[in-house]
Design a binder for this molecule. Structure first.
Ligand SMILES: Cc1ncc(COP(=O)(O)O)c(C=O)c1O
Length: 378
């Protein structure tokens, strides 16, 4: 028999069969009444997912497109921004700012740690010219959750906008855009949303829309004004990827049925069970503020993380490795989106087999037992 394939990476994540089937529906023209009505409902459901009353713009791009749209629409060349950098994706904000000629003040955090809202407050006081604070909900490179609610409370007291990369956190970690005073949330489709790669979203507050009116950076496809007009008229500005919109509609239906609170709770328990399983085997976790969509851990020896990733792959399971300084040192197992308890059991069981194969001494079954004890609460 050919090997069964298990996708346990933090994006793309696996897609439910109902979602794949929805994608196979015949293509509707996007400038028809029936498509317009469907899109109207999808836009409402997206607001539920983001927990917002704000407009949500949908782009045919990966998540980085939504991040770029935030920079291009809010700022002018020579403006100053604050960029929280605690991993690869925090760094990406800085790279986009640099590409657009935006000056940014880096707030560097040791990888695996969450940023302190007090530090953000201090930076904003020291530099009252900061127009935008860029940060990340789940820093996927380190599996770390940032305290967005507390950061939102700090930034809301100023004229600055808070822009959050929620690419891997939305539909996974608790996130309440309006209550938490987030001005732009950027998201991709291939993570918590349970659909294939190819869609990105930017939810935009009135404060951010106001700021966008004075922005002079170049923009065309990602212009907020074009998507705002599209929402008002019911006609998307450019051809949307129709099949992915069907997939999105189905996935949002599933999320609504489960309820967003239960989606967050499911991910919380899956993450807790994965951490319990890994630590019961004597391995060390990377993050001091662990996210709920994935777990990052070190191998038994200094450079065993990469070996573990390779051995997972030999078993037909895709997990992620470390990046930059963590390359070869950590492995990252996702439990994100279309994930339930037996995904965790499979990952931990495979980990035990891998560690056995590596000659590492541990009590066989200890990881599974620890995970099962958490999972029985689901
Ligand atoms: C936190 C975070 N931000 C941004 C991205 C980039 O998204 P994309 O690859 O869809 O452009 C990712 C994807 O890995 C991510 O996890």
């Amino acid at each position: 028999m050919s090997k069964k394939y298990y996708l346990m990476s933090p994006g793309p994540t696996s897609v439910p069969p109902e979602v794949s089937l929805a994608e196979a529906k015949p293509i509707l023209h996007h400038r028809t009444k029936v498509f317009e009505e469907m899109l109207g409902q999808v836009n409402e459901d997206l607001k539920y997912l983001f927990q917002t009353k704000n407009d949500v713009f949908t782009y045919a791009s990966s998540g980085t497109g939504a991040m770029e749209s935030a920079v291009a629409n809010l700022l002018c060349a020579g403006d100053t921004a604050l960029v929280v950098r605690g991993g690869k994706f925090g760094e990406r904000w800085g790279n986009i700012c640099k590409a657009y000629g935006v000056n940014f003040i880096p707030l560097d955090i040791e990888w695996g740690y969450a940023v302190s809202p007090d530090e953000i407050e201090a930076k904003l006081k020291e530099n009252p010219n900061i127009k935008v604070v860029f940060t990340t909900l789940c820093e996927t490179s380190t599996a770390t959750l940032m305290p967005i609610k507390e950061i939102g409370a700090v930034v809301a007291k100023t004229n600055a906008c808070l822009v959050v990369d929620a690419v891997s956190g939305l539909g996974v970690d608790e996130f309440r855009m309006d209550e938490w005073n987030v001005d732009v949330a950027a998201v991709g489709s291939q993570k918590g949303l349970m659909i294939p790669p190819g869609l990105a979203f930017a939810a935009v507050s009135p404060k951010a829309l106001e700021m966008s009116k004075t922005s002079t950076l170049p923009k065309f496809y990602f212009s907020f004004a074009a998507y705002k007009k599209g929402l008002e008229s019911g006609e998307p500005p450019y051809t949307p990827p129709v099949s992915l919109i069907y997939a999105l509609q189905q996935a949002l239906d599933m999320i609504k049925q489960e309820t967003i609170e239960k989606v967050w709770q499911r991910h919380r328990l899956l993450a807790q069970a994965t951490r319990a399983g890994i630590t019961a085997l004597g391995l060390r976790l990377l993050s001091k503020s662990p996210a709920n969509g994935l777990t990052a851990a070190f191998g038994p020896g200094e450079d065993d993380g990469g070996v573990i990733v390779k051995k997972y792959s030999q078993l037909g399971i895709t997990v992620a490795g470390g990046q930059d300084a963590l390359k070869g040192k950590i492995f990252r197992i996702a439990h994100m989106g279309y994930a339930e308890m037996f995904d965790v059991i499979m990952s931990i069981s495979a980990l035990e087999m891998i560690l056995m194969d590596m000659g590492y001494k541990f009590e066989l079954g200890a990881g599974m037992k620890a995970a099962e004890e958490v999972l029985k609460k689901l």
